[in-house]
Design a protein. Structure first.
Length: 261
């Protein structure tokens, strides 16, 4: 590390995510997951209207996704609990766990927006193709991993557990499950389209770019999805430049860099 890089690291170190952040993100991911399933079971038992799942699931999914994303930059698969390793928030019968998604995300940071990027398929082509890939990502992630790396014992075991969970939820909740699945898939697809295509493409150009949300939109989004989601979206270029900086600190780092320029 050269002197300027070391000085920059010292300058930003107060904004880095901490061990307490890692514990908070793990708790948040578990709470979002359990809250979605708890609401689904309550709706299936007709204790609450099924349509209310649309309201909660579309908020819980992005909050869960950012919690897991932030954990990717703080903890390896050996440093998280079994629940986090399993990633049992299911959107499709065949899904990947923490280990596989962490490797994919690290590859995205290492080879961003070039053919070696594991997420490059989501960046290619026009908006229609980007939307298609984002909304089919839950299936594509599993099949692309297996096509490139095969199935080992941990993946086979954990896939079987998640498949059993998906099947059990369908069996236990019947058609109410659609009130969970459809908004969950929409929220997942919209989040993936934003974080990959929208933040890594500008017309024909590939890269990573900030997204300047109007004030009222940013405030409303923060109220619904939390500060981590909004700052990671608005300052995604800074996240790629400084992945150790906590999402909630990105706006502060932007301000520091603007003042220092």
């Amino acid at each position: 590390m050269n002197e300027s890089s070391a000085a920059r690291g010292r300058h930003l170190s107060g904004h880095y995510a901490t061990d307490e952040d890692a514990r908070r993100y793990a708790r948040a991911a578990a709470i979002c997951n359990l809250a979605a399933y708890g609401h689904l079971l309550l709706a299936a038992a007709q204790w609450v209207p099924a349509w209310t799942l649309v309201l909660t699931v579309t908020i819980l999914v992005p909050r869960w996704m950012i919690a897991v994303h932030e954990l990717f930059h703080l903890r390896s698969e050996r440093e998280v609990g079994w629940f986090t390793r399993l990633l049992p928030f299911v959107f499709t019968p065949l899904t990947l766990g923490y280990r596989e998604q962490l490797a994919t995300h690290r590859g995205h940071h290492r080879h961003m927006a070039v053919p070696e990027d594991p997420e490059y398929y989501q960046l290619k082509g026009g908006i229609a193709r980007g939307l298609f890939n984002a909304f089919t990502a839950p299936e594509q992630m599993w099949f692309r991993w297996v096509a490139e790396r095969g199935i080992d014992t941990p993946l086979a075991r954990d896939t079987a557990i998640r498949l059993a969970l998906f099947t059990a939820l369908v069996a236990a909740t019947g058609t109410t499950f659609l009130w969970y699945l459809i908004p969950a898939r929409i929220a997942f697809g919209a989040s993936f389209f934003t974080f990959f295509y929208a933040l890594h493409r500008r017309g024909p150009d590939y890269g990573v770019y900030p997204l300047d949300l109007p004030g009222p939109v940013a405030r409303a989004a923060t109220l619904l999805y939390g500060r981590d989601v909004v700052e990671a979206t608005q300052h995604h270029d800074l996240h790629h430049a400084e992945p150790r900086v906590a999402a909630r600190q990105l706006a502060g780092v932007r301000s520091l860099e603007t003042e220092g320029s």
